[in-house]
Design a protein around this ligand. Structure first.
Ligand code: SF4
Length: 338
């Protein structure tokens, strides 16, 4: 990349970002804690979904100290519905670590930030550049798409060597001038213009320099030899009611939904009948909830059982609790179970 090209790309992207960027709550602050929260919430989650959670979270935990001192149940309750709950536990653990070892002050460099739980290279670079103006590049799916198209890079992005090269390429574009805004310009371009399908090249601020556009191969990039296919999964949940309460189970601490409350659920119907001690006749099909996580598309079939008397005692033991319906909002339930 020539110095002139680099300068042009930089100038065009910054100008476009300052004129066109969406007005998002975390772009109105320079508070490192708030930027950290937003970056964690935005991992694998759409901006529109994050906004209400971000606002609610900051009302409840306005700073690192408040978050660090909150019980985990409150942290999970505030996150409930946002998915990928490990993020909430890591954020909480990170806040506790910062309060204990750094008097509540977030580290200021990408290198140090990566020592905190749940902060990888991308998130560390995003926080360090936006909150502390460190000239360090970000690289995620959006940025990979832009770079491979902009420079017509046809190498397989499932190959770590290609990704290493792209990190280097992204870093070459960063300068001391507003590195945080520049990184956000790349994120914004990937999220709103250089989309995976049907990119709006006419509206792109750097279309003059885009090699794949010139060569007519935009829709072939990025090339991923190992593109994962999505898989369909069926799961089964049981809503057991007794007077005005429902039976929920708290999930084991180290699992995917660790610490959250869910209706008893199984990977197959036979297991549901066996463990509950019920027959299919005693159940009423309530609904099917569809949701997706990572590469799975899940159909959650929900059944209600009319009587609780027949439930096996084993089924009701351990982590299960009868929760009155008017208290259920204070328990953290993941979105499909809500
Ligand atoms: Fe992406 Fe099109 Fe812009 Fe190239 S011109 S970077 S393909 S939006």
């Amino acid at each position: 990349m020539t110095a002139a090209l680099k300068q042009n790309l930089h100038k065009k992207l910054l100008l476009w970002y300052r004129q066109k960027a969406r007005d998002l709550p975390w772009r109105r602050t320079k508070d490192p804690y708030r930027i950290w929260v937003s970056e964690i919430m935005l991992q694998q989650t759409q901006v529109a979904t994050v906004i209400p959670y971000y606002k609610k979270w900051l009302r409840k935990f306005p700073d690192i100290k408040t978050l660090a001192q909150a019980p985990q149940s409150e942290v999970l309750e505030a996150w409930a519905g946002l998915g990928y709950y490990r993020r909430a536990r890591m954020l909480h653990a990170g806040a506790m670590q910062i309060l204990e070892t750094r008097a509540g002050k977030l580290p200021e460099t990408a290198k140090e930030l990566q020592h905190l739980p749940g902060i990888g290279r991308y998130t560390a670079a995003a926080i360090a550049s936006i909150a502390f103006h460190e000239p360090t590049a970000v690289l995620d799916g959006n940025v990979i798409r832009i770079l491979t198209r902009l420079f017509a890079i046809k190498d397989d992005i499932s190959n770590p060597k290609t990704v290493a090269g792209l990190w280097q390429q992204a870093q070459e574009l960063i300068t001391d001038e507003s590195p945080g805004d520049f990184n956000q310009a790349m994120m914004e371009l990937g999220a709103t213009v250089c989309l995976p399908q049907n990119p709006d090249c006419n509206a792109c601020p750097v279309n003059r320099f885009c090699e794949s556009r010139k060569r007519g191969c935009v829709d072939q990039l990025p090339f991923n030899a190992k593109k994962e296919k999505s898989e369909n999964l069926k799961t089964f949940a049981l809503v057991c009611r007794h007077k005005n309460s429902v039976l929920l189970r708290q999930q084991p601490e180290n699992g995917r939904w660790g610490g959250l409350w869910m209706f008893p659920h199984w990977a197959d119907k036979k297991a549901m009948l066996k463990e509950s001690g019920l027959t299919l006749k005693a159940l009423e099909k309530l609904m099917t909830v569809r949701h997706a996580f990572t590469r799975y598309r899940v159909n959650l079939e929900v059944y209600a059982c009319g009587t609780t008397q027949r439930l096996s005692t084993v089924f009701q033991n351990g982590s299960s609790r009868w929760i009155p319906l008017d208290e259920i909002r204070s328990f953290g339930l993941p979105a499909p179970h809500q």
